[in-house]
Design a protein around this ligand. Structure first.
Ligand code: ATP
Ligand code: MG
Length: 263
């Protein structure tokens, strides 16, 4: 990241870099103001999980990789925030899976869809749907937030969504699709509605998912099916809540106040 002027020595350097990246993407018409607010909610939950990938996310990532590899028509849904924060990893993931990326926007304008498509292509994306072919509708969702590509999400059996809205996740589930969600908030409707929920920051989850797909790619089908069979999303979400609770209790016991004069 050039030119943001954030000193590396700042204790919250990475968090500031991500904010700057989103603001820049907003300037470029890729992210909407609502997306900036959504990121703030995500940051809050990232703070609570210690801003690191925890066991519940690793477990979900493994199951997600298995589901994507077993899928007949996997699709990777991309919105403004996901494109701004994780374009490179999402393109790599699509490549590894031979799956299309689909621009899919809650606040859809053709202009923004086009810009996100261009951004993905600049990162080397081969197949980008949902830019000028979002002609189908997800039943139950009002236009335009229900518009999808007939070649992509409409016919997909497994869909990866990130920072998604609960209503849309529910509609996808109702269509019989397996939904994998990346969402820092284990309490969101999306997190609770998805088949597999990766409670982690998209900037960490997507590279880890790509790595895991690479690792599991050569495994026999039965092994992948076993990973999926052994996965329980309720257990993983409960694990995330318990992790946060225990972490907060520990912090409270240890004493959390900071005094710069005494260090
Ligand atoms: P829902 O509609 O699922 O109940 P919501 O209305 O609380 O969720 P939305 O704005 O619809 O929130 O969805 C955005 C979601 O993305 C939030 O749950 C937020 O925690 C999550 N989120 C924001 N930034 C990130 C990030 N960088 N990585 C992962 N998740 C994030
Ligand atoms: Mg919502």
């Amino acid at each position: 990241m050039a030119g943001h002027g954030i000193p590396r020595s700042h204790p919250r350097y990475w968090s500031l870099v991500l904010r700057e990246r989103l603001v820049e993407a907003w300037r470029q018409g890729i992210v909407v103001p609502e997306g900036l607010i959504a990121h703030g909610r995500g940051e809050c939950f990232d703070y609570l999980i210690g801003e690191e990938t925890q066991w519940f996310a690793r477990e979900a990532v493994r199951a997600a990789a298995a589901a994507l590899l077993l899928a007949e028509h996997p699709v990777i849904s991309v919105n403004g925030n996901a494109a701004a924060l994780a374009a490179e990893g999402l393109v790599r993931l699509a490549d590894l899976l031979g799956a299309p990326l689909e621009v899919n926007l809650f606040y859809r304008t053709e202009e923004r869809a086009r810009r996100i498509g261009e951004l993905l292509r600049r990162h080397g994306a081969r197949r980008v749907l949902g830019v000028d072919d979002a002609t189908a509708r997800i039943p139950g969702l009002p236009h335009p937030r229900g518009m999808v590509s007939p070649e992509g999400i409409l016919r997909a059996d497994v869909v990866l969504v990130a920072l998604e809205d609960g209503d849309r996740t529910e509609a996808l589930r109702r269509m019989g699709k397996t939904v994998i969600a990346i969402d820092l908030n284990p309490l969101s409707r999306t997190a609770r509605m998805a088949d597999i929920t990766i409670v982690d920051n998209i900037v960490r989850a997507v590279p880890l998912l790509a790595e895991t797909v690479q690792e599991l790619k050569e495994k026999p089908r039965e092994e992948l099916e076993n990973v999926l069979r052994g996965y329980d999303n309720d257990r993983v979400l409960a694990g995330a809540l318990r992790f946060i609770k225990e972490r907060l209790e520990k912090l409270a016991e240890e004493g959390i106040a900071m005094d710069p004069r005494r260090q």
